[in-house]
Design a protein around this ligand. Structure first.
Ligand code: EPU
Length: 337
């Protein structure tokens, strides 16, 4: 197990922020992970997955443990369904592609989401009408204090929109080791309700889409709107879509007649933060070497060598402006360190 000192994290976070870790180790086995957790030379521990949902604003004065556990397997299968287990260090999109190759359905709408498998339950990743909670069976996770491994069933994870127990009560207490999902092996439940998917399928004249067609449509939509982190540093949606009182929304509608919304409950609606940010004038704005993406205002971008604090200050400016203009507090989705 090689621990590197004063290690640049630039290629380990999709924002491409160049900060240093006091120590860095990439663990491929649970034994190495336990060893790294027991190491006392570098003080605190900092767990890193795919680095796709974080903004680093300073050097990390800790041992950064990169979870690089690999493997994926079918754990059981019946006529119509299959349970598949993937280890935390697998790249999420490569796992989606592997499932498509085996004709396992259920995660095609989650194609091309950056990051690793281990991070998916933490923020209950979601896109185009599907969230991980919809197909999640369980995950195995290591207790960082006791070293015990616990299996968390779906019902124990307290999933909600971009939330789970791993971001709340159990924050920093467990490291996800593997995730087990229940997928379809036949009679796939094709989900094209999300407007842009059906538009894309119509454009391609596909009437009875397969799971691969849905995946291709999602990939095309994402590529048209979201910057590829390999080319432009970003962390996907920087903010969550806010949930506000219906009465507040109706009041806003008097001035902003085009404001979109999605019903959440009898008394609440969700408003796209991207719309709010665009209508506050930030879409496509560039400051020095960072800014707001020109095709999706929910995405903040690093055009090269921006600091985490530059981006954090822009995020705060956006939050203040949205609050001032619309009386809505938008929360960051990305974890800031
Ligand atoms: N909109 C604008 N301007 C913009 C962006 C969006 O007006 O610049 C409005 C449009 O009215 C559009 C609506 O917002 O119809 C929704 O936009 P979009 O379909 O792009 O989705 P989103 O709500 O902005 C969410 C997720 C994305 C996910 C898409 C598709 C959150 C925080 N973000 O974005 O997730 O890909 O839906 O399901 O919920 C991510 O989490 O990193 C992410 C990319």
């Amino acid at each position: 197990m090689l621990i590197e000192k004063n290690f640049s994290l630039k290629t380990h976070n999709t924002f491409g922020i160049d900060v240093k870790a006091k120590g860095f180790v990439s663990v491929k086995t649970i034994a190495d992970l336990k060893n790294a957790l027991n190491n006392s030379t570098y003080g605190n521990k900092f767990i890193l997955g795919g680095g796709s949902n974080m903004l680093l604003t300073k050097n990390v004065d800790a041992l950064v443990i990169h979870i690089n556990l690999k493997g994926k397997e079918v754990v059981n299968q019946n006529e119509n369904e299959v349970c598949v287990k993937a280890f935390a260090g697998e790249n999420w999109h490569e796992f989606v592609v592997w499932c498509l190759e085996h004709d396992f359905g259920g995660i095609e709408n989650l194609s091309l989401i950056p990051g690793s498998v281990g991070a998916t339950p933490i923020q209950n990743i979601g896109a185009y009408g599907v969230e991980i909670k919809d197909i999640f069976v369980s995950c195995d996770a290591l207790n960082v204090i006791t070293g015990d491994i616990k299996t968390f069933l779906n019902s124990e994870c307290q999933f909600s929109y971009r939330e789970s127990i791993f971001k709340q009560n159990l924050k920093d207490s467990y490291i996800i080791l593997s995730v087990t999902l229940k997928l379809t092996s036949k009679n796939h439940d094709i989900k094209t309700n999300y407007g842009a998917i059906s538009t894309e399928l119509n454009r391609l004249n596909i009437e009875n889409p397969t799971i691969k067609d849905v995946s291709n449509a999602v990939i095309a939509i994402r590529e048209s709107k979201l910057p590829n982190p390999k080319e432009i540093g970003n962390s996907g949606s920087f903010f969550k879509n806010p949930i506000i009182k219906k009465s507040h929304y109706l009041k806003l509608l008097e001035n902003f007649t085009e404001m979109p919304h999605y019903p959440v409950s009898e008394f609440e609606v969700k408003v796209p933060a991207g719309w709010l940010i665009e209508h506050a004038g930030f879409k496509g704005k560039t400051f020095k070497n960072y800014g707001v993406h020109n095709k999706q205002a929910l995405v903040l971008v690093n055009y090269g060598n921006a600091s985490g604090n530059d981006i954090l200050n822009l995020a705060k400016l956006i939050q203040h402006t949205i609050d001032r203009l619309f009386g809505i507090k938008i929360e960051m989705e990305v974890n800031v360190f």
